[in-house]
Each structure stands twice: as structure tokens, then as C-alpha cells.
Design a protein around this ligand. Structure first.
Ligand SMILES: Nc1ncnc2c1ncn2[C@@H]1O[C@H](COP(=O)(O)OP(=O)(O)OP(=O)(O)O)[C@@H](O)[C@H]1O
Ligand SMILES: [Mg+2]
Length: 250
């Protein structure tokens, strides 16, 4: 692992009006690491992921990604850096009335010219790449299906196939298994783990399942009310820690 962090948050605060969603976050993530963000609903996991990919600017503090301070970048440079990050959002951000292939091909958009992207909407390009990605997530037969005809879990897999096609350095996944059954959850987590392990990609993912967090990530960051309660190797996360993380009130 290199000594330079791929992400660094320095004294980050995120306020929404007067509500402190994240408070004094200091965090370094290194290339190739697999980090799970865990914590109750509202703890700040999605907010943290949005800060990492630069779609949200911190109220205070600095977010560095791939060696750059994201709030200091001109928008073209920011988009270039964002092209190295594949995000799977909790709300999947798929275009419902398009066929699956177009949503998967959106993974190319950072690289394709406007013209190529426009042509592909009429005559889909790189069909084989899209088919392979859909095969990896287990739904190759859905290539030409309308996206809004798929089940929630199938749509989640389309969002993952899009990231496979994008082939980024970093994968940010916000609850990637929230609408999947246990078997599929395991398959998707295995896929994310192998993309990281074989492809050397950094993975930061929020998860509600502590079991999957500990079985598929090396490092667990526990967030509680916008603060980091613990940041530990998965093997050191004890039941007491988890109990403290989810305990109501104090
Ligand atoms: N755009 C926003 N405007 C106002 N408040 C927001 C906004 N985004 C998030 N919040 C608030 O910030 C807090 C953290 O939200 P966040 O979505 O990061 O939580 P989370 O840990 O991802 O929760 P969940 O597990 O339910 O997805 C919540 O209290 C939420 O209501
Ligand atoms: Mg969330």
C-alpha cells in the first residue's frame, strides 16, 4: 500500500442549516483499502460518501481526494477526478424509462464524446462490455429491458454494472445491498471485494449489516451522531463496540 492517502478529511464539519450532520471528522483512507461505514440511520454515512466524491462541499475543513483539495478545484478538474470514482447511490440514480444497456453504458460517459454518447442512445455501442458487466452481476438477460420494469434488487445490480463499466480507481457504494436478499447480498459483496482485491480498487461502502462489513472489509468506521465513534480493523470490532454504536441516547 502506498503511503499517500487516496482520501483525507481534515477537520471536516458538515452543517445542514443549523443541524450538524458531521462534526470534526479526521480520516485517512489508503489506496486499495476496503472501508465500511456503519452506524444508525442519520449517523452521517451518506453525507460522508458525498463529501468524498465532491458532490458536497464541507461547511468547514478540507476534503482531499487523489492528492487534490476538492474545494479548490475548477469544475473541469473536479469532474476529471470524479471520473476516477464510481459511486453507487442509495437512491440509485438510474434513468427509469431507458433500457438497461443505456444505464450501464452511462459508465462510459466520462470518456465518451457527446456525439458518441448521443449515437449510442439510438444504436447502443459496446454491447459486449455491457453484457459482460451484467453477467458479472447475474442479470445478462436484462440488457434490453426497460429499467423501471426491474425489481429493486435488479436495479441495484444495474447500478453496480455501470460502475464495472466505468472501471474507476475508487468505488463508493452507499448501502449497495439494501434491497437484496441474503444470497444476492453475498454475491454483490463478493463482487465488490473482488473488484477491490483483484483490481486494486479502493472501496468505501456504507452498510447496515455488521456481518458483511466485517467479512468483506478490512476496516470499519463507526459513525454516531456525525462523529467517528471508532475506526478499527474488522477483526477488532467487538460486540461491545457495536452495542455502543447503536445504543439509543447516552
Ligand atoms: N441535504 C440535506 N439537508 C438537510 N439535512 C440533511 C441533508 N442531507 C442529510 N441531512 C441530515 O443529515 C443527517 C445525516 O444524514 P445521512 O443521509 O448522511 O445519514 P445516513 O447515516 O446515511 O443514514 P441512513 O442509514 O438512513 O442512510 C440526517 O439527520 C439527515 O436528515
Ligand atoms: Mg444513507
Amino acid at each position: 500500500m502506498s503511503n499517500d492517502p487516496i482520501f483525507e478529511l481534515k477537520g471536516v464539519n458538515q452543517q445542514f442549516s443549523s443541524f450538524p450532520a458531521l462534526v470534526d471528522i479526521n480520516l485517512q483512507i489508503y489506496p486499495g483499502e476496503r472501508v465500511a461505514l456503519v452506524g444508525s440511520s442519520g449517523a452521517g454515512k451518506s453525507t460522508l460518501l458525498r463529501l468524498l466524491n465532491g458532490t458536497l462541499q464541507p461547511t468547514h475543513g478540507e476534503v482531499w481526494a487523489l492528492g487534490r483539495n476538492l474545494s479548490r478545484l475548477p469544475s473541469r478538474k473536479l469532474r476529471q477526478i470524479q471520473g476516477q470514482m464510481g459511486t453507487v447511490y442509495q437512491q440509485l440514480h438510474l434513468v427509469d424509462n431507458l433500457r438497461v444497456i443505456h444505464n450501464v453504458n452511462a459508465g462510459h460517459l466520462g470518456r465518451w464524446s457527446f456525439f458518441k454518447a448521443a449515437v449510442s442512445l439510438v444504436y447502443p455501442l459496446e454491447v459486449e462490455t455491457a453484457r459482460q458487466a451484467l453477467t458479472q452481476v447475474g442479470i445478462p438477460e436484462k440488457l434490453y429491458t426497460r429499467t423501471d420494469w426491474l425489481s429493486g434488487g435488479q436495479q441495484q445490480r444495474v447500478a453496480l454494472a455501470r460502475v464495472l463499466v466505468q472501471n474507476p480507481l475508487v468505488i463508493l457504494a452507499d448501502e449497495p445491498i439494501s434491497s437484496l436478499d441474503p444470497q444476492l447480498s453475498r454475491e454483490v459483496m463478493d463482487l465488490l471485494e473482488s473488484m477491490s482485491e483483484k483490481g486494486g480498487k479502493t472501496l468505501v461502502t456504507s452498510l447496515h449489516s455488521i456481518e458483511f462489513a466485517c467479512s468483506h472489509c478490512q476496516r470499519i468506521v463507526g459513525l454516531r451522531e456525525g462523529k467517528i465513534l471508532f475506526d478499527l480493523p474488522a477483526v477488532e470490532v467487538s460486540e461491545e463496540r457495536i452495542e455502543e454504536l447503536y445504543r439509543l441516547g447516552y
